[in-house]
Design a protein around this ligand. Structure first.
Ligand code: SAH
Length: 220
């Protein structure tokens, strides 16, 4: 017996994700599996599989499913990869990463969000996720280097600290631009020549601010 959220989830992946050209089987399978509604308030569950971002606590948002798919596909994850995520938020994207990688290290600056995300991830048995509260623009030096780094908040520029924590062959995906609109940028470190850093633009997007030492200043 399939629950109604599972049905909505399969429809979401078909109409919003596959239909728009995402072909990575791992990404599609992960998004069919992870119960997105559990990462938002119960009052919004009937909107959980809609084609848009939704509010979470602390004036932050859970990203649109398609954006989650594009970013995850761009990371080209293999099951032995260690991933750093900046901006845990609801923890939904964290769960998708945890499905595809060996370990996920996620940093969130707002403690209340980190606590809530931890609870849901524990409930769903994602034991390969470590969450830390702090300014993620410094990265996570003790656990570096990472095969993949994902930033899920909009930055004024690519923080050098994060590029430095990429392993040879590693990929960094980050929204870069103004506080209103950004481009999704992918940086790839060469596997033969680690000093060779390639930069690509994956298209427009709109995220909440990355706030921190190598991000935006917090509004007072
Ligand atoms: N992937 C999340 C996105 C949440 S919105 C989801 O889909 O639910 C972005 C998150 O980044 C917010 O929770 C915000 O508090 C957090 N954030 C912003 N700047 C940060 C920083 N410097 N370090 C860590 N987290 C940060």
């Amino acid at each position: 017996m399939m629950d109604r959220y599972k049905k909505q989830r399969l429809r979401m992946v078909d109409s919003q994700i596959r239909a728009r050209g995402i072909i990575d089987e791992g990404v599609l399978r992960a998004m069919e599996k992870v119960p997105r509604h559990l990462f938002i308030d119960e009052g919004l569950w009937d909107q959980a599989y809609n084609d848009n971002p939704l509010p979470i606590d602390e004036r932050q948002t859970i990203s649109q499913p398609y954006i989650v798919a594009i970013m995850t596909e761009a990371l080209e994850l293999r099951d032995r990869d260690r991933v750093l995520e900046i901006g845990t938020g609801s923890g939904y994207q964290t769960a998708i990463l945890a499905e595809l990688a060996d370990r996920v290290y996620s940093i969130e600056r707002i403690a209340a969000l980190a606590t809530k995300a931890r609870k849901v991830l524990d409930f769903l048995n994602y034991y390969n996720v470590a969450i830390r509260v702090g300014d993620g623009t410094y990265g996570w030096r003790e656990e570096a280097p990472f095969e993949a780094i994902l930033v899920t908040a909009g930055a004024p520029h690519v923080p050098k600290t994060l590029v430095e924590q990429l392993a040879p062959g590693g990929r960094l995906v980050i929204p870069v631009g103004s506080r209103h609109t950004q481009d999704l940028v992918k940086m790839t470190r060469g596997s033969e020549d680690p000093s060779d850093i390639k930069r690509e633009n994956l298209g427009g997007c709109r995220f909440v601010d990355l706030i921190g030492e190598h991000g935006w200043e917090a509004y007072v």
